[in-house]
Design a protein around this ligand. Structure first.
Ligand SMILES: Cc1cc2nc3c(=O)[nH]c(=O)nc-3n(C[C@H](O)[C@H](O)[C@H](O)COP(=O)(O)O)c2cc1C
Length: 365
């Protein structure tokens, strides 16, 4: 039987020495120098006899045993083993993350849950739930949001990604309403031992609301062009700097036009510690992505209800955007680029909406 080392193996140095992640399992196996030598030689298709012959004769039984064990554990594969294509495309570290993030025990309804929560709270160091820029010049937003009277079914069916915008400003009331519903707390609820928790339109894991919003205004009445942090606590824009033009955002979005051709762009970020303080397992890394999606959809639907055209993308260089926003990349990650403006529409559809030719719609893309 032909065997070889599986592609997409991840190894790590732990206090115990070198370990290899067992494919599909949360477990890791220790890689002794001898086992390392065996795995190292199994890069190409070979068989147990050939491999064993590469070691001293007295080691052969051990090598054979190691090969059998490693084959059972999936570290070595046979010609029948199929590796799903996605892991070849997405890479070994992604596969490992996928495995490690699965099956997290949420201790739902378990007495241990209260113990764990108690220990976290007793440890202290709860991160602030709002980010502030004390001393930053403020643009206060209208306190009263515009009425949103478009029927919900109309908002649902009209929401489309817009890529063409009119050269027209957005009003301060429209922007204020959009930011209020997309990013501001609507009320506060008890988070038990974790203290008061915000309730926003978007759901957020554990009510942590780790999302921050940074606005680049180009054409908003009453808002001088610039980069602002939206303060949900104040319902105000905190001016960070004025060197923030469409041209600058073009550089930060691979020049994909709808990212910067509307009236404004919003970058959302995730303040990691707000989540990590409460959720201490790899699955928590997924949570900011779910949350970014909820916020993006709320932004899109609110834009639609206000007659604005929304756009969203993740096509941006994270490191450069984080530098532009002035956030600490180790603590706060850029999550989403959201943009909007007055759309070029044709009835209820974007003007460039492409209707498909009559065709048979199959199950495959
Ligand atoms: C995570 C994400 C990333 C996207 N990135 C882009 C993008 O880079 N460029 C683009 O033109 N559209 C982008 N879109 C929009 C999708 O192409 C669009 O949602 C899809 O074609 C369906 O059209 P609809 O939004 O009008 O229903 C993105 C959408 C999502 C959810």
């Amino acid at each position: 039987m032909k065997i070889r080392r599986r592609e997409n193996l991840v190894c790590r140095w732990s206090a115990d020495g070198l370990q290899v992640g067992l494919p599909g399992q949360h477990r890791w196996a220790k890689v002794s120098p001898q086992l390392f030598a065996v795995l190292d030689k199994a890069a190409e298709w070979t068989d147990a006899d050939t491999l064993a012959a590469e070691f001293d004769e007295e080691l052969a039984p051990q090598v054979r045993k190691a090969l059998a064990t490693m084959t059972d554990l999936g570290v070595l594969v046979t010609e029948d083993t199929e590796t799903p294509a996605m892991w070849r495309h997405w890479g070994d570290v992604t596969e490992r993350f996928h495995v490690d993030a699965r099956d997290a025990n949420y201790l739902v309804d378990s007495p241990e849950r209260a113990e764990v929560a108690g220990a976290i709270v007793a440890e202290g160091g709860s991160p602030p739930i709002f980010k502030d820029y004390p001393g930053a010049p403020l643009v206060m937003l209208p306190r009263k949001p515009l009425p949103l009277h478009t029927a919900v079914d109309e908002v649902f069916t009209r929401r489309r990604t817009h890529r063409l915008f009119q050269d027209a400003p957005v009003s301060l009331d429209q922007l204020g309403t959009l930011l209020f519903y997309s990013f501001a707390p609507q009320r506060f609820i008890s988070g038990g031992p974790f203290g008061p928790q915000q309730a926003r339109v978007s759901a957020s894991a554990g009510g942590r609301h780790e999302v921050e919003a940074y606005l680049v205004a180009y054409d908003v009445e009453g808002v001088p062009p610039g980069l602002y942090h939206y303060s949900p606590r104040l319902h105000a824009l905190e001016l960070l700097h004025t060197d923030a033009s469409r041209a600058r955002v073009a550089e930060l979005s691979y020049h994909q036009e709808p990212s910067y051709s509307g009236a404004f762009t919003v970058f959302t970020t995730a303040v990691a510690d707000r989540l990590a303080w409460k959720y201490r397992h790899p699955r928590a890394y997924r949570l900011w992505m779910y949350d970014a999606g909820h916020y993006g959809q709320t932004f899109d639907l609110t834009c639609t209800a206000l007659g604005l055209g929304p756009f969203q993308t993740v096509a941006f260089p994270d490191t450069e955007v984080e530098k532009f926003l002035g956030v600490d990349s180790d603590q706060e990650f850029v999550a989403y680029l959201l943009a909007a403006g007055v759309p070029e529409e044709n009835g209820a559809l974007p003007v460039d909406f492409a209707h498909p030719e009559p065709t048979v719609i199959t199950g495959s893309a």
